[in-house]
Design a protein around this ligand. Structure first.
Ligand code: BG6
Length: 484
C-alpha cells in the first residue's frame, strides 16, 4: 500500500549534475582542457576494483592533449548538454524538479586561469542556461568548481598547492557572482571539498618517478588549506548581495564500527574526526579543530598559513551545509573485508547490500547522518547528491524498468522525512542525477543514475536521444502525491 511522506511545503526537490560529466563541447568557444578531460576510458575487468583508472603517468596526461594514443576521453563529450540544454531543462521541469544543481566549467571562463579578461562566450552559454531555468521556473544551485580545474593551472602553477591559485579562483568566482546573482540563489564554492584534495593529489608525481597515486594525501592538506581560504573569500564577497547564500559541499563518509569491540568503536570515532568532521568543523566553526592540530603534529604535516588566514576562516563560516550521500561503510582497527567506494576502498558491512560497483546501500544511514550533522552544527542542511548507479539498457518499449531506483529513492526519501520529524532542519535534496551522465569515478556511461536514459555508450556512440525511465514517471507522481 502506498505510504504518504511528510515534507515541508517549500522543500526544494531537485537534481544535480556537473559540467564535466554533461556538457561536452570541450574545445568550443575558447574552453581549455580540464584535468578530468585527460583521463581516458578504460574497460573495467572488475567493477569493484577501479585501481587501474587511478594509475596514470604524467606522460599519459601529456599524451592525451593531442590524443597521441587515439583513446576515448569521455568527459570531453559528456551527454552534449552544451547543445541540448533546452530539451534537458524542459524534461527536468516535466519531472517536477524545483531546483537544478549544476556546475560551471572554470576553463570556459578563464581558460588558462590567469587571463586579465573573462571569456564572454563562456559566460554567454551559462547565461542562456540560467535564463532557460528561470523560464521553466527552476531555482538554480551552482557549484563553482566541481573537480574540473583547467589543466593549464595544474601545468603552469602546480595546482592548488600554489597560493596564487586562490586569487585566480577568487577572480573567477567573483565574475560568476557578479554576472549571475540574479539567477542563482545557492552557491557552493567546491564540490566535495574533502575529495578534491585527493584529486589534486592524483596529479602529483611521486619520488620514484612519474607515477601518480592517491596515496599522497599528506601533501595535499596544503592544497586544502588554500581551498578553505578561497571558499571563505567567496563567503565574504557574497555578503555584498542580499539575495544569495553560500554553502559547503562534503562527500559524506558515514561510518560505523565494524562491531562492538571497543577497539573498533574507538578507531571509528578517531577516523570519523579526521576523515569527515574535520571538514565541516573548519567550514562551520571557522577554525582548525584541536584534534587536527594533533593529527598534523603526529604526522609531521606542516601547513603554511599567511597572516589573516585564521581570521578569514573565523569570520566567514558557510551559511548552510550540503553533502553527498550514497553509502556507508565500516571501520575496524584491523582492516577487514573491503568494497569499492567513492574514489577509495571502504570497509564492508555484512548487513548491507551493494551495487555492482560495490557501493553499499543504507537509507537509515542517511537519517543517522542528518541527525548527527544537525546536532553538531545547527545550520540548515541540504542533500546535494544521492542516487544509484546501475547497468541499464533500453527495452523494446524505449524505456528502462528501473524498479531498483524507485526503491532506492523511496527508501531514502522515507528516512529524510523521518529525520525532519526528528527535528532536523533539512531544506532540500538534489538527486544524482536526473539524467544519465558520464561517471566521475569510472569514466563510463554504463554507470547510469538518471531518471532519463541517454542513448550514448561508453565510447559516445549513439543518437544522444533522451528517454524517460519508469522512475521518471514515479518521481513525477511523487512530486504530486508525496506517496511512495
Ligand atoms: C560524487 C561526485 O562524488 O559522486 C559526482 O560529486 C559523481 O561528480 C558522483 O558523479 C557519483 O560518482 P560516480 O563515480 O559513480 O560517477
Amino acid at each position: 500500500m502506498a505510504k504518504k511522506l511528510e515534507f515541508p511545503k517549500n522543500f526544494l526537490w531537485g537534481g544535480a549534475t556537473a559540467a564535466s560529466q554533461i556538457e561536452g563541447a570541450y574545445d568550443v568557444d575558447g574552453k581549455s582542457l580540464s584535468i578530468l578531460e585527460m583521463i581516458p576510458f578504460m574497460e573495467l575487468k572488475d567493477r569493484k576494483d577501479l585501481s587501474a583508472t587511478r594509475k596514470l603517468t604524467k606522460q599519459d596526461l601529456l599524451d592525451s592533449i593531442e590524443n597521441k594514443k587515439g583513446l576515448h576521453y569521455p568527459k570531453r563529450y559528456g551527454i552534449d548538454f552544451y547543445h541540448r540544454y533546452k530539451e534537458d531543462i524542459a524534461l527536468f521541469k516535466e519531472a517536477g524538479l524545483k531546483i537544478f544543481r549544476m556546475s560551471v566549467a572554470w576553463g570556459r571562463i578563464f581558460p588558462n586561469g590567469d587571463e586579465k579578461e573573462q571569456n564572454q562566450k563562456g559566460l554567454e552559454f551559462y547565461r542562456n542556461v540560467f535564463k532557460e531555468c528561470k523560464a521553466q521556473g527552476l531555482e538554480v544551485m551552482v557549484t563553482i568548481n566541481h573537480f574540473d580545474t583547467p589543466f593549464p593551472i595544474m601545468q603552469n602553477y602546480g595546482g592548488w598547492k600554489n597560493r596564487k591559485v586562490i586569487d585566480m579562483y577568487f577572480k573567477y568566482a567573483k565574475v560568476l557572482i557578479d554576472e549571475f546573482n540574479e539567477y542563482v540563489k545557492y552557491w557552493l564554492p567546491f564540490n566535495e571539498i574533502n575529495l578534491a584534495v585527493l584529486i589534486s593529489a592524483f596529479f602529483v608525481e611521486d619520488k620514484s618517478g612519474n607515477k601518480t597515486t592517491f596515496e599522497k594525501i599528506n601533501e595535499s592538506y596544503q592544497d586544502l588549506h588554500h581551498q578553505f581560504i578561497a571558499q571563505t573569500k567567496v563567503v565574504e564577497y557574497a555578503k555584498k548581495f542580499k539575495n544569495i547564500q553560500v554553502g559547503c559541499m562534503v562527500a559524506n563518509s558515514t561510518t560505523y564500527a565494524l562491531d562492538c569491540n571497543p577497539v573498533n568503536v574507538f578507531e571509528n570515532q578517531q577516523k570519523e574526526l579526521m576523515k569527515k568532521l574535520f571538514y565541516y568543523d573548519v567550514m562551520i566553526k571557522g577554525e582548525y579543530p584541536w584534534y587536527s592540530i594533533k593529527y598534523f603534529e603526529d604526522n609531521n604535516i606542516k601547513i603554511l598559513k599567511e597572516p589573516g588566514d585564521d581570521q578569514l576562516l573565523k569570520n566567514n563560516p558557510v551559511e548552510f551545509i550540503t553533502f553527498s550521500y550514497y553509502m556507508s561503510s565500516t571501520i575496524a582497527k584491523e582492516e577487514g573485508e573491503l568494497t569499492e567506494g567513492n574514489l577509495m576502498k571502504l570497509g564492508k558491512n555484512p548487513f548491507l547490500e551493494a551495487t555492482e560497483w560495490g557501493w553499499q546501500i543504507d537509507p537509515i544511514g542517511l537519517r543517522y547522518t542528518l541527525n548527527q550533522l544537525w546536532d553538531r552544527y545547527h545550520v540548515p542542511l541540504f542533500i546535494s547528491e544521492n542516487g544509484i548507479g546501475m547497468l541499464e539498457k533500453l527495452n523494446n518499449k524505449n524505456t528502462v524498468e528501473d524498479d531498483y531506483r524507485i526503491d532506492y529513492l523511496a527508501r531514502h526519501f522515507e528516512q529524510m522525512s523521518l529525520a525532519i520529524k526528528d527535528g532536523v532542519n533539512l531544506f532540500g535534496y538534489t538527486m544524482w542525477t536526473p539524467i544519465d551522465v558520464v561517471s566521475a569515478g569510472s569514466n563510463e556511461m554504463s554507470k547510469r543514475y538518471g531518471l532519463i536514459y541517454v542513448d550514448y555508450d561508453d565510447y559516445h556512440k549513439g543518437t544522444g536521444n533522451r528517454f524517460k525511465k519508469k522512475s521518471f514517471n514515479w518521481f513525477k507522481k511523487f512530486m504530486n502525491t508525496s506517496e511512495i
